[in-house]
Ligand binder design. Structure first.
Ligand code: 6PG
Length: 487
């Protein structure tokens, strides 16, 4: 009955589904029933103090012996195991669990295995859009075996967000933990985009002394037209800049610059998505820079101490800009480029995992469910750019797709100008600058790493590929060692 589970419970009820609630907190259950009453949904919900009564009530709705659906939205980790262990003796063949939390995909797969041997269905379903979407229609990212997915999809379709073509933002994503895996990477992309947008906000508000209303108007302009059209994180950016509290004061100035890790204090999707990038050998600097910024921001006491020893020497300065209008347009393009970089990195991680973990990911479905409801939704990026690419068939690396690449090519000069201006003024732009470096090194055929490789060979007899490759990309002569300093 928390913000996500509670919202979804009301949403299911609104669709005519009988919902039996169970939560360790009686207060939370009561509060949810109160909201249900306000929405005229009280007849569709009942509360239960234990699993026995919960299961019995589900039975009374589904009919004797019919499969029951258990949807939960829990903090990741051991809580799901505790709940599953408690429910297990009461579950029977055909029942279906839909785990809608931000669970780690390996936990989902482990629990799937525990359920599978008993004939119990288990779906790991990433849910995106925050608590308001949970109430109005989230984007849902389910993974599991086909039997479980096809069993539960009609129910999920009733509550999922609806794309402009009226199709639901829920579909079969892949097998095993694919749903939670893709949701984890969605969150990595989300944080990369959020960092780039926040960096843009700081450049405008602090580097250019723009008023919050003006920054809000600028975000609005980005959101209204062009490549960032209807980009959720940009649109809420406009709102955040304008929002005032009851006393008529702007709210944003009172927000501390600390991005606090999730409330359980445990690792979450932000950490896991970066772990996965490394695990899958995929460079994902936009995501990683965002994450490093986040964890550095979280330790304000440390930053204050380092400010005294080091930071005072090079405080951020105002940007030196001749043409403000032109720079703001550059900034819009830079944020767009960083968003594309984040998407590309995320999709490449998913593809590697898909191959090594046999997720059998359905890319058109994945792009479809990102069209509405979720946090990374963006009309142009999702619908107009990516979906047509992935609708065509097998996965392609977005950076090698001519349409995607040409967008980045167009944005590169603006991204570079923004990063240069920000660097000149010691402004903090980790995701924007990491995105620029990413585009440079991913596209280069003359990296500084010849020297890196030579150093490794010098001290470690690491061997190196000799320049000149056959058409398959294999070195002509194989790897070789040079005795740089004969004994
Ligand atoms: C969503 C969000 C959501 C999550 C945030 C913050 O898609 O609705 O991703 O699931 O709350 O990403 O997550 P952490 O604070 O755990 O990183």
């Amino acid at each position: 009955c928390g913000s996500m589970g509670g919202g979804m419970a009301l949403l299911f009820a609104e669709q005519g589904v009988h919902v039996s609630l169970q939560d360790p907190s009686a207060d939370r259950m009561n509060a949810l029933l109160d909201s249900a009453k306000k929405d005229g949904l009280q007849d569709k919900l009942s509360k239960h103090d234990d699993y026995k009564s919960l299961c019995k009530s589900l039975e009374s709705y589904s009919g004797s012996g019919a499969p029951r659906v258990f949807v939960w939205s829990l903090p990741h980790g051991s809580i799901g195991d505790t709940v599953l262990t408690g429910l297990m003796p009461l579950l029977r063949k055909g029942d279906c669990i839909v785990d809608c939390g931000n669970e780690h995909w390996e936990n989902s797969e482990r629990r799937m295995g525990m359920c599978y041997v008993k004939g119990i269905r288990y779906v790991g379903c990433g849910v995106s859009g925050g608590y308001q979407a949970a109430r109005r229609g989230p984007s849902m990212c389910p993974g599991g075996d086909d039997d479980s997915l096809f069993f539960v999809l009609p129910l999920l379709e009733q509550v999922a967000a609806t794309a402009p073509d009226n199709s639901p933002c829920v579909a079969r994503i892949g097998t095993g933990g694919a749903g939670h895996y893709c949701k984890m990477i969605h969150n990595g992309i989300e944080h990369g985009m959020m960092s780039a947008i926040s960096e843009a906000w700081a450049l405008m508000a602090r580097g250019m002394d723009m008023s919050l209303d003006d920054v809000g108007d600028e975000f609005q302009r980005w959101n209204d037209n062009g490549e960032l059209h209807n980009t959720f994180l940009v649109s809420i950016g406009a709102d955040i800049c304008r929002k005032k509290n009851d006393k008529g004061n702007k709210v944003l100035p009172e927000v501390e610059d600390k991005v606090v890790q999730d409330y359980t204090g445990e690792e979450g999707t932000g950490v896991w998505s970066n772990d996965e990038a490394i695990e899958q050998h995929v460079p994902a600097p936009t995501l990683t820079a965002a994450h490093y910024l986040r964890i550095a921001s979280g330790d304000l006491a440390q930053r204050r101490a380092i400010y005294d020893t080091l930071g005072k020497a090079h405080p951020p300065q105002k940007l030196s800009i001749q043409d403000q209008k032109a720079f703001l347009e550059d900034l819009r393009q830079a944020v767009y480029a960083a968003s594309l970089a984040a998407y590309a990195q995320g999709l490449i991680i998913i593809d590697r995992a898909n191959k090594s973990k046999n997720f059998n990911i359905n890319y058109p479905n994945l792009l479809q469910i990102w069209r509405a409801g979720c946090i990374i939704r963006s009309d142009y990026i999702n619908r107009e750019l990516l979906l047509p690419i992935y609708k065509q068939g097998p996965f392609v690396n977005p950076l090698t797709d001519p349409t995607f690449a040409s967008e980045l090519k167009k944005m590169y000069p603006a991204l570079k100008r923004v990063v240069m201006k920000a660097m000149e003024a010691d402004q903090v732009v980790p995701s924007l600058s990491a995105s620029l470096e990413y585009l440079k090194y991913m596209t280069s055929t003359e990296l500084p790493t010849s020297f890196y490789e030579a150093e490794l060979d010098y001290f470690g007899a690491h061997n190196y590929d000799r320049k000149g490759e056959d058409p398959e990309g294999k070195p002509e002569t194989g790897r070789q060692h040079f005795e740089w300093k004969p004994a």
